[in-house]
Design a protein around this ligand. Sequence first.
Ligand SMILES: [Zn+2]
Length: 115
Amino acid sequence: MHELSLAAEMVEQLAAVAAREKALRIVRIELLIGRYSGIERDAFEFAFPIAAAGGPLEGAELVVEVPPVTVECRACGTTTHPPAILLRCHTCGSPRVELKGGREFMVRSVELETP
Ligand SMILES: [Zn+2]
């Protein structure tokens, strides 16, 4: 389960942020996990409290958002959000598309508790 190592990495980086900001702890984290990021949302949500235990992120609320899959069509040029299973242009149906959104794995915001 590589989600556990990703969660541990995120926890480590955010703990460093908390230390730099002299925060008591991290209260809430908003995270983007794209459908094509290769990361299982459920597995990540399971791994997070394990990775966070004993540090400034323990007990933090993890809010995961799955952004829409976005493709740019090389045939007709439009940008659409196809259903995730079928990676085709939603306007003309062409499979000649470039994935523009859906691979995200990033922290969007962090809420700190300061003394
Ligand atoms: Zn198209």
